[in-house]
Design a protein around this ligand. Sequence first.
Ligand SMILES: [Zn+2]
Length: 140
Amino acid sequence: MKECVFCSNIVSGREAFIFYRNQRIIGFMDKFPVEEGHCLIIPVKHYENIFSIEKDVYLEIQDLARYLSRALMEVFNADGINIGQNNGECARQVVMHYHLHVIPRHCGNEIRWDRVRMSQDQLADQARRIKDALKRIMDH
Ligand SMILES: [Zn+2]
């Protein structure tokens, strides 16, 4: 099997800007965001996509997305949130490890789907701000 970049870089913590982690799921900054604040949520265990992921971990990811959406509205002063997820190569799934995109949107700012450049420092700062907001929202 081809090496999975999410298993080798994110689950391992080697190259990840993580804002949420428990034993089953991880939330982190997309290194190649289409908008500022573009986040991903993945299961710790390697499931390829919607066809193989287990129900409990799937639901836990959706639940985090619900809290994360509120955190992103606050941290990035967003006007809306896109949540999306690709399954299979013909559906443009590139990394074959289930991942949910959560993307803050601003009115009048169309996504062009080309990537926005973010420095390591910016990504680290965003992850820290999301982590703080998320903790506050989830504790409530
Ligand atoms: Zn993987």
